[in-house]
Design a protein around this ligand. Sequence first.
Ligand code: C2E
Ligand code: CA
Ligand code: CA
Ligand code: CA
Length: 277
Amino acid sequence: TKETGRNNFQFFTPAMNEKALERLRLETDLRRAIERDEFVLHYQPQISLKTGRIHGMEALIRWQHPELGMIFPDRFIGLAEETGLIVPIGSWVLRNACLQNKAWQDAGLANLRVAVNLSARQFGAKDLAQAIAEILQETGLAPQYLEIELTESLLMADIKRAIDILRDLKRLGLELSLDDFGTGYSSLSYLTRLPIDTLKIDQSFVREISANSNGAAIVAAIIGLAHSLRLQVIAEGVETPAQLSYLRQKGCDQIQGYYFSKPLTAGELEQTLRAGK
Ligand code: C2E
Ligand code: CA
Ligand code: CA
Ligand code: CA
């Protein structure tokens, strides 16, 4: 009836409207965020278990929204992907991560590697290697100090093309890592064909180590797999001493996680580096 129709209308619409409005607002604001200089990079240290020292850091984007406060990437990267805004945002991330890393090197703090996350849209853009080469040129960062993090699902969309692109990136002299490893659907046989340097064990497996469940077995298997393919392996989301000691015992090369450090502002990481000198 007309009555129920109106009730349904009233029941569903405000919530849907609110969601659509929030999305619209975020999208409008996202379009202006670069020119308004609202993005900031935080850096999470990656620790070598062999030396106990910082080996590199992952750049993680945050959006300092003038009214909504700090927005984490899980709330806007998807939207940026859908709208294509991820391409200019991604370039901003690459340029700023390289600039910052070069500045730390020039200040004599440390020669570390900075890892940057790449989205599917960026990976699909036809001049990716050229764009990265230009950013390296502009910022003066040597290519071995830039690492690109890619996910399995991003590569598996078109594996042949992905391998070509990865080869181009390796030719530039970059480091390549496979992020969130174990959560995708890649066939292991592809792994041997990908010209990558590092596997990053997804934090969902690391979290389960302490529960002594299948997670622990998967972690050990991934470390063994990586090493037999002569790849480095890094565990993400390490939060406890128990996880750390298990990873050490299994020969994991690097760790990243709250146990050692949360993502830090550039200023905070700089202080940590100065203190370690
Ligand atoms: P990711 O690449 O898997 O990054 C790791 C996420 O885990 C980060 O969340 C990090 O802060 C968080 N993390 C680190 N250590 C721990 C820990 O010990 N415990 C727990 N529970 N979490 C930990 P964040 O910064 O919120 O980033 C979320 C995701 O957003 C990233 O996942 C990545 O996929 C994406 N992202 C971040 N920055 C960028 C970027 O510049 N470009 C693109 N395309 N994606 C980005
Ligand atoms: Ca990552
Ligand atoms: Ca990850
Ligand atoms: Ca993740």
